[in-house]
Design a protein around this ligand. Sequence first.
Ligand code: URA
Length: 239
Amino acid sequence: MRIDKLLSNLGYGSRKEVKQLLKDGAVKVNDTIVKDAKQHVDPNTETITLYGEVIEYKEWIYLMMNKPPGVISATEDHQEETVIDLLEMEDQVYKPFPVGRLDKDTEGLLLLTNDGQLAHRLLSPKKHVPKTYFAVIDGVVTEEDVQAFSKGVVLNDGYLTKPGELKILKSGLRSDIELTITEGKFHQVKRMFQAVGKRVIYLQRISMGPLKLDESLGLGEYRELTEEEIEQLKNYQVK
Ligand code: URA
């Protein structure tokens, strides 16, 4: 890849600005100053430095965020804060996007990547990747609800959902539950409870396929996936 393209892709400035950096002698490849913007470099085998700082290069980025409430799962918005706004600039330069959406008020596991192929596979309706949510419900969740969800419920637009696995953690006037679904219709969890006459008052995603929310991440915090997590996602086959 051309050195000017590499540096500008990584967010070190426009092609013109990068050209100036090169002219200034700020860039070295394997300890040799490079001034020619057209020079080709291999970021995987050569050490590139800018003002003596080693430039880290990677093509793909995979991030796990504990999404806070109040931000939207989009890449850009004129009014609202997005999950991308919460990322450090050094991560934003890879242009990650959220894999699927969580509602503005929903918290929890959100995967962000620039790997379109992986995102596509995880989101494909044919793959039925299970997603598990923890929720607090206004109302007494009963065994009848468990039965109803196991068969699928009819949403307010007439759509019959695929079966969902509902576990009651605590039943009372407010109930704590876990629900695993394999689809991602708009407001699906909220509308499934609406279908049985109940209201979701808190919603958090805790897993997606093989990926579990890292509980050490505070709301709004994120980290890169480990190599193992990336492998698990790539090799994930729904049983
Ligand atoms: N279901 C919902 O209702 N909202 C979400 O954010 C995710 C699933």
